[in-house]
Design a protein around this ligand. Sequence first.
Ligand code: NIG
Ligand code: FE
Length: 410
Amino acid sequence: MIILHGPFKKVISLGGLSMRGPLSDSDVTEISDAGILTENGKIIEIGNYAHLQSANPEAKNDHAGENMVVMPGFIDAHTHLCWAKDRVLDYALRVAGKSYLEIAEAGGGIWSSVLKTREASDDELIRRTVERAQRHLNDGITTIEVKSGYGLSVAAELKLLHAINEANKLTEAGLIPTCLAAHMKPRDFQGTGRAYLEVLLQELLPQIKSDGLANRIDIFIEKTAFNPADSLYYLQEAGKMGFDITVHADQFSVGGSEVGIEVNARSVDHLEASGEGEISLISASETTAVALPGASLGLGMAFTPARNILDKGGKLAIASDWNPGSAPMGDLVMQASVLGTFEKLTIAETLAGITFRAADALGLADRGKLEPGEWADMQAYDTDDYRAVFYQQGRLKPSVVWKSGRPVTV
Ligand code: NIG
Ligand code: FE
């Protein structure tokens, strides 16, 4: 069915913008008095509303968001939102001065979420995942990457990935599952990290492939998780099986990003500890650097050196890292805005980081911009200037959100 959406005050399509390096706000073109013509959820044409209307008399009209400013739906390229039970105690210990690593060693951290998540029923995990996805959708986030990683056994990781896939059927947001069975070596595994990764390669990843549960895998490369040599082996083997690769890299210590670049990962995420050498290597590569300001705010740590990455010509996306430990806030727009103020990112750079550059980090060429051929994933704001979304640091919410051309929420 052909639908004419609008008329809109302005459409911010983000067409023609570079996938890497600095952007200035003047690079962003605004189409005034615009309409968006869609067919079966995809954009056919964007242009002057009156012109589109007279050229397409058969189109059904959708006046939602009339006279508002429309931009692409946001994309959160890194979350862990499939978990059960919160970790308020971790937070309390942390603000009382304990470090992330000390809390993990004292029995909190990732492992405590694993124990709670393993106990949760399928229904509870699906329900929690849908609830969190719906909250994101209300904030204009139409595509959400969701990692497993709180199961850490073959059966429990499959349970989480099934839950994420089931949740995807129950929310209008598009969920992109990623297997993070290599989040840490489970405490109940008798053997080395390498031996655990071998189990994943032999028993878990083939099953994920044959059941079509995820096309992406992730690993946490860190002193408390997996070392660079074992990680390189795991990622190379998984790459041979056809998985796209993303890496938790350089969060507390370096080593991870180099491995990510070596295996041509889609993205290396975190990078708070990256030095000049790492940043140069990442920025010269095709791999996207994903800044996770929610983790910096949750842990009270430095931000990812986003300005440096862009100035060196790198690809930069910004994601929420929404998880029960380091980033429980889960407010992508607030976090991206705050990263922008600290790192001196232009609004165009921040917006790019949560739209088309985030889509690129996920290997998705069909969203993140409003252009013919793309999904009509979009949102309308009651403002004159799209930059107000970042100026208000997440407090200005969309009045209408569309997924594949259909108004879905708010
Ligand atoms: O991205 N760094 C590793 N994993 C998560 C933290 C998960 C947790 O604490 O439960 C992160 O910050
Ligand atoms: Fe993470």
